[in-house]
Write a protein that binds this ligand. Structure first.
Ligand code: SF4
Ligand code: SF4
Length: 371
């Protein structure tokens, strides 16, 4: 997979494309990056999406991710996924779980989707329902996970680590103790809303981020390989891309706007009703700007001991500093908290063993390490 991505990067293949097929959503999450939650008349039609699939197949795209809003609220969502599968794309579906009925879970199994990622932000109803603004959402998300797992569909439970649930996400795994195939992913970064509104009040505090990484790192089998990466500065790392946005990754909005990343709403490549995806991907000014972002361009990081391992996010840089290569406080805090936890676990010299009390690691977390 790593080699395929490296090849895609060299050849500028949009290997993975995120499709926001609707903004419609039945929830109102306090930390949602989307300002709009209803369907719009501007949404691409079924035929327009399928036309895009044909073009992406020719360009060599491997994976399509269907998201929303709540993607499955679009009435033809499953039919669109079937068209995508007919073209051999690997499919991932993001959902809040609400629309997953036994029939939908079965259909997703029949479509052989690569995985379904269900958002769940707390281990009990009161907190999750409060966070997403809808009573009963927790029960429906849990039921969706059970139905999907029951069908053998790979499920990833995704959580945002926020100020109000920072410790809570660490106990989610216990909920699905009898379902060993279910995986978990959480992250401490909170993106701005796509209308520019800051969601800074939702972010976990510095102490919470530190406690989160201490717990997560304690559950890793070993930290030696990570320390080896920290101690080995690779040649040429400054010329590396900051991330795959605009190189191997693109995002399409419900109205056909193409973005390098769903979190860069101000950096539009163009619209599919005015140009083909290929035209936008190959020659738009926005994509050129994104492709110019290398590690070396983050000037404020010069001299930092973590520069070669720090996973940058140009979208957060843009929203926090106004520049794709500006300083992101969130990225910086995350990187330093993570490596601080790694160093503490290693015990400053000889590597400390994994603590006895730690539970076996079934959880994964967004590793703030450059790919
Ligand atoms: S690292 Fe940031 S800019 Fe890059 S794809 Fe991820 S969210 Fe988008
Ligand atoms: S930890 Fe902070 S200063 Fe260091 S490379 Fe990352 S963002 Fe830059």
């Amino acid at each position: 997979m790593k080699n395929a991505l490296a090849r895609a990067r060299r050849r500028l293949v949009p290997a993975s494309v995120l499709l926001t097929i609707t903004h419609r959503c039945q929830l109102a999450c306090s930390h949602c990056y989307e300002a709009e939650h209803s369907a719009s008349a501007q949404e691409l039609s079924f035929a327009e999406w399928v036309q895009l699939f044909d073009e992406l197949a020719l360009l060599g795209t491997l994976e399509l991710t269907f998201t929303g809003g709540e993607a499955l609220l679009r009435p033809d969502a499953l039919a669109l996924m079937a068209e995508a599968r007919r073209r051999q794309f690997a499919i991932t579906v993001f959902t809040n779980g609400g629309p997953i009925t036994p029939e939908v879970a079965r259909r997703l199994r029949e479509l052989r989707v690569m995985g379904v990622e269900v958002s769940l932000h707390a281990a009990h109803a009161a907190l999750h329902d409060g966070l997403v603004g809808r009573q009963g959402a927790f029960a429906r998300a849990v039921r969706a996970i059970e139905l999907l797992d029951g069908e053998g569909v790979p499920v990833l439970v995704k959580s945002n680590v926020l100020r109000c649930n920072a410790l809570e996400v660490l106990s989610l795994e216990a909920l699905f103790a009898v379902r060993p195939r279910v995986r978990f992913l959480s992250d401490v970064l909170v993106h701005a809303r796509d209308d520019g509104r800051s969601l800074a009040a939702q972010r976990p505090t510095g102490e919470q981020v530190e406690a989160y990484f201490d717990t997560q790192v304690a559950r890793l089998d070993e930290v030696e390989p990570l320390l080896a990466r920290l101690l080995t500065v690779p040649d040429g790392y400054l010329e590396r891309d900051a991330c795959g946005a605009g190189r191997t990754f693109a995002s399409v909005q419900p109205n056909g706007d193409v973005l390098p990343c769903v979190h860069t709403p101000g950096l539009k490549l163009g619209n599919l009703r005015e140009a083909t995806f290929s035209e936008l991907w190959l020659s738009s000014e926005a994509v050129r700007r994104m492709r110019a972002v290398t590690v070396a361009r983050f000037a404020e990081c010069a001299g930092c001991e973590y520069r070669h391992v720090c996973a940058k996010c140009p979208a957060l840089s843009l929203s926090e500093s106004g520049e794709l290569t500006g300083h992101s406080r969130q990225v910086c805090d995350r990187t330093k908290a993570f490596w601080g936890a790694v160093k503490r676990r290693a015990g400053g010299g000889g590597l400390a063993p994994r603590p006895e009390a730690a539970e076996p690691a079934r959880r994964t977390f967004a590793l703030p390490v450059i790919a």
